[in-house]
Design a protein around this ligand. Structure first.
Ligand SMILES: *Cc1c(COP(=O)(O)O)cnc(C)c1O
Length: 358
């Protein structure tokens, strides 16, 4: 199979090799050193300041979204949640569950946030803004520079779910005035699922320290404390953390985060050029390099997914809910090549020739 989904995605040979080995014992100075290096490289690749901290949560991306809401916000906050799809909706529900006062900015399908939409919230006592910078469910990437400037100007605590955007799109923790950035192991990090990562500014750390979280596993105070010596409070997904370490040092050796972003951007551009003659419409204002969201015209998007899976050994990413039949997505993250793009493009052209894609 060739995997063009948005996670789990294909891993490099170096990463897969670690997956075939026994998982080592982890309360050792050797593992601590690897974890400290993971923290250092995550800070380097997000352009986080020296006093930022990074915690690695054993749990998928949603675990870190929930931990962030629980630990860095309180009922005294009042936050804006940008909701442009299923991941935005998840933040809305997390705020409801944890009693965080919030206002939802509900986005039209495929649309980015405008300055005018933000201005309405100025001077109304808001304390924070929560966004999935790439709303993976629709492929829309919001304007991080604009959101960061808005948060800085209005002194808002800025929470960025960059789970599918980290490594695929430019993100600058410092310049974009970010307080919390979240990512996960199975997106552009291209490792197995199981680990999510939270990068925190010193202001975020102070919020965690001052918060009384009613949870053992999700109380980030213990994660921060243990992280000082490169450890975690509980047994983490040790194998996945070793794979993340390999991946991070490979990225560094290959020219760093910008080179990686360029690679993913080039893959996305290559694919988009190959399919420009097909009856498919790119359905968003501004897209992430991680994904191309495509709208079909006169057929079922889900049937295209099934046909490619069953007859061509290719996974693309189907959409859920009311987009199931109209939209599918093609991911550009993970160990993919332009030749893989050609294989998918050839298959799509064949489906078009046969009148299946129309
Ligand atoms: C994948 C993803 C998540 C997390 O999903 P999990 O299944 O919990 O890993 C959250 N937000 C965005 C934007 C994502 O792309």
């Amino acid at each position: 199979m060739i995997n063009f989904t948005v996670g789990p995605v294909q891993s490099s040979e170096n990463v897969r090799k670690i997956g075939s080995e026994n998982v080592p014992y982890f309360r050792t100075p050797e593992f601590s050193e690897i974890m400290l290096e993971n923290e250092k490289l995550m800070k380097e690749f997000t352009y986080a300041p020296d006093d930022a901290r990074v915690v690695f949560i054993t749990g998928s991306g949603t675990a870190s979204m929930e931990a962030t809401i629980m630990n860095t916000l309180t009922p005294d906050d009042k936050v804006i949640v940008i909701n442009g799809g299923s991941f935005g909706q998840r933040f809305v529900e997390l705020c409801e569950i944890h009693d965080i006062p919030h206002t939802e900015l509900k986005m039209e399908f495929g649309k980015g946030v405008t300055k005018e939409q933000l201005t309405q919230f100025e001077g109304k006592g808001y304390t924070g803004l929560v966004v999935n910078i790439h709303e993976t469910s629709t492929g829309v990437r919001y304007d991080l520079d604009m959101l960061g400037e808005f948060c800085k100007k209005n002194n808002l605590f800025f929470i960025v779910d960059a789970i599918s955007s980290f490594l695929a799109d430019p993100i600058n923790f410092t310049n974009n005035s970010i307080d919390v950035m979240i990512t996960g192991s199975q997106k552009a990090l291209a490792c197995p699922p199981g680990i999510s990562v939270i990068v925190m500014s010193s202001a975020a750390v102070a919020r965690v320290e001052g918060n009384n979280v009613k949870s053992m596993y999700f109380d980030l105070k213990s994660a921060l404390k243990n992280g000082e010596r490169g450890q975690t409070p509980f047994t983490p997904a040790v194998g996945t953390l070793l794979q993340i370490h390999q991946r991070l040092i490979d990225i560094k050796a290959d020219g760093g985060v910008e080179a990686e972003q360029k690679k993913i951007a080039a893959l996305a551009a290559d694919f988009r050029a190959r399919i420009s003659d097909l009856p498919l419409d790119i359905c968003s204002d501004s897209w992430s390099n991680a994904v191309t969201p495509l709208k079909v015209r006169n057929c079922s998007a889900y049937d295209i997914f099934t046909t490619l899976k069953d007859n061509y050994n290719i996974w693309i990413c189907p959409n859920g809910g009311n987009l199931k039949d109209s939209v599918f997505r093609v991911g550009h993250i993970g160990a993919l090549t332009t030749n893989d793009n050609k294989v998918l493009s050839d298959a799509l052209h064949k489906l078009a020739d046969e009148g299946i894609l129309k």
